[in-house]
Design a protein around this ligand. Structure first.
Ligand SMILES: Cc1cc2nc3c(=O)[nH]c(=O)nc-3n(C[C@H](O)[C@H](O)[C@H](O)COP(=O)(O)OP(=O)(O)OC[C@H]3O[C@@H](n4cnc5c(N)ncnc54)[C@H](O)[C@@H]3O)c2cc1C
Length: 437
């Protein structure tokens, strides 16, 4: 692949410049993150990206990297000690996601519990004991929410559970656009329970009655993607996540935590594109191919730098709110995921144009980043829905008082004659506004 060779330290240069804005990141953490980038780049040199190989080899490579990072203690770095991890601040994982995204968006599942956090936070002791050690050793969790009627309406889930006399549930339905389709060891599945409430459970990926139909994706090709059919898959009461009917609350809480991680991964990819494009422009100037870098290119590079950094700080803020259980965490998770991935996608598009058609070659890292970021515009929440949710929360929280419109300037006092408007908000009954035409 043409593009970003794995040289340790590049992603850390971005993080180091934000150092004074990261009070929870001590000097030791910074050095630890530096080592993480070195370990990751070492693994990438051992297992290079090759988009031409068949999908199974691509995902085998990613699972190997996840396994190695588990072995070296990086996977569980920010996982709570009670869940078997090292308990570093979640901000550290957000920065690790940025580093992963810098080298390849497909590395987004290289560390952490991912959607397995639902198991850590909401499963019975029996289910936690079964899955957490496996996930921390490198097994991959998946999540199955979306259905054909639309992922932005999880409340309308048609995958349903029927109850057996012993309390076991049999789950049937079809989930679509599911990532990690073939690779996940366990799925967190959302379904409508016999009482008609949205509920969730942990289902072994090898459970009888689970069938897969892969659909080739146009980006994020590291993991298999497609339909997950459930045909009477059995779920014991102890496999439930949270209490019956808590599905929506689980989704809200989980994605407030997960979306800032997605945002940081996307911004890492944009930062890598930024560095590649800046280096390319400099190389062309040094080689005398261009006399000077034109203003339009300089402006694009400067603006993208500010946008990526500002968005990363917002993602870190969202993560802090989630870690603190702040009531604004959901709002921030929605708005920040949409904003950060939008910024990553648009800056990547603008920057890539500056290197010319080279950035259009299928095997260019720039083109890959753009394809992958395109996928993140949908995955983990489509953006108009996320902004809409944020907007709904903000308007509901705003005071329900009408805006007092200022009285128009009347140099000679109120005049009689034709009126432009009458009875607008804030105007007294019978008040007359002069026509200023
Ligand atoms: C790469 C990738 C990975 C993914 N991985 C997973 C996964 O692992 N698990 C999983 O469950 N899902 C996954 N998804 C699915 C993803 O979560 C959904 O794509 C997303 O939630 C949006 O749902 P949808 O695609 O069904 O679009 P819809 O929900 O159908 O939305 C499409 C558009 O219609 C709009 N819309 C909704 N209602 C209305 C209305 N009343 N009027 C007008 N417009 C409306 C939406 O706002 C949006 O703009 C993945 C998707 C991608 C692309």
């Amino acid at each position: 692949m043409t593009g970003i060779p794995p040289v340790a330290g590049r992603a850390m240069a971005w993080i180091a410049s934000l150092r004074s804005g990261l009070p929870e990141v001590a000097e030791l953490d910074l050095r630890w993150l530096q080592r993480f980038e070195t370990v990751l780049t070492g693994l990438l040199a051992t297992y290079p990206i090759d988009p031409t190989v068949e999908p199974e080899s691509r995902s085998r490579r990613l699972l190997r990297i996840r396994g190695e990072l588990a072995r070296t203690g990086h996977l569980g770095a920010a996982v709570a000690v009670r869940d078997g991890g090292c308990g570093r601040a979640m901000v550290i994982q957000t920065l690790m996601q940025f580093i992963c995204g810098y080298y390849d968006v497909d590395l987004r599942d290289s560390i952490g519990l991912g959607h397995g956090r639902l198991i850590a936070a909401h499963a019975s002791a029996q289910v936690r004991d079964r899955w957490l050690p496996q996930l921390l050793a490198g097994a991959l969790p998946g999540i199955a929410i979306t259905e054909a009627h639309g992922g932005s309406h999880p409340q309308a889930t048609t995958t349903t559970a029927t109850a057996h006399p012993d309390g076991t549930l049999a789950i049937s339905g079809t989930k679509i656009w599911i990532s990690r389709l073939a690779e996940a060891a366990v799925f967190c599945v959302f379904f409508t329970d016999p009482a008609g409430r949205l509920s969730a459970g942990a289902i072994d990926a090898n459970a009888p009655g689970l069938h897969r139909h892969p659909i080739p994706p146009s980006g994020l090709t590291g993991w298999a993607w497609g339909e997950l059919h459930l045909d009477g898959v059995l779920l014991r009461q102890c496999d439930l996540l949270g209490r019956p009917g808590e599905g929506m609350a689980l989704l809200r809480e989980h994605f407030a935590h997960y979306r800032p991680l997605v945002a940081a991964t996307a911004l890492g990819a944009a930062a890598a594109v930024h560095d590649t494009v800046a280096a390319h422009l400099n190389a062309r100037r040094s080689a005398g191919i261009i006399a000077e870098v034109r203003d339009n290119a300089l402006i694009t590079v400067g603006r993208a730098y500010a946008q990526i950094n500002a968005a990363l700080l917002a993602a870190l803020m969202a993560q802090r709110l989630s870690a603190a259980g702040d009531e604004a965490a959901e709002l921030w998770g929605c708005a920040v995921k949409a904003h950060c991935v939008d910024i990553a996608y648009t800056t990547t598009g603008e920057l890539t144009l500056l290197v010319g058609a080279l950035g259009f070659a299928a095997d260019s890292a720039l083109a890959k980043a753009r394809r992958d970021l395109n996928g993140l515009l949908y995955a983990d929440g489509i953006h108009d829905s996320l902004y809409r949710t944020a907007g709904r929360m903000l308007t509901a929280a705003a005071p329900a008082t009408a805006i007092q419109l200022p009285r128009p300037y009347q140099p000679h006092g109120p005049r009689l004659g034709r009126l432009a408007t009458a009875g607008t908000a804030g105007s007294a009954p019978g008040d007359r506004t002069p026509n200023l035409r």
